[in-house]
Design a protein around this ligand. Structure first.
Ligand SMILES: [Zn+2]
Length: 77
């Protein structure tokens, strides 16, 4: 599975990464990509994944590969 990436020392699928970010089950997730930024907490590589927490909602989530930092595009308001 080429889409799988190592996050905090373990291999995750796009769905598993989205569930780490959402802290809940997700319905679907797109392939993981590299976000063009560094983690604000540790300077590590940040991954990005688009996912649907529910059928009517699409969220772009970001998660550090090395620490617990994460955010979503719904966090900003
Ligand atoms: Zn980090």
């Amino acid at each position: 599975m080429a889409d799988n990436r190592v996050v905090e020392g373990r291999m995750v699928t796009p769905e598993a990464l989205a569930e780490l970010i959402e802290d809940d089950d997700v319905m679907d997730a797109e392939p993981i990509t590299d976000a063009d930024r560094e983690c604000p907490d540790c300077g590590g590589n940040v991954l990005e994944v688009g996912y649907m927490p529910q059928i009517t909602e699409f969220v772009t989530g970001r998660k550090c590969q090395d620490c617990g930092w994460k955010e979503t595009d719904t966090d900003e308001d």
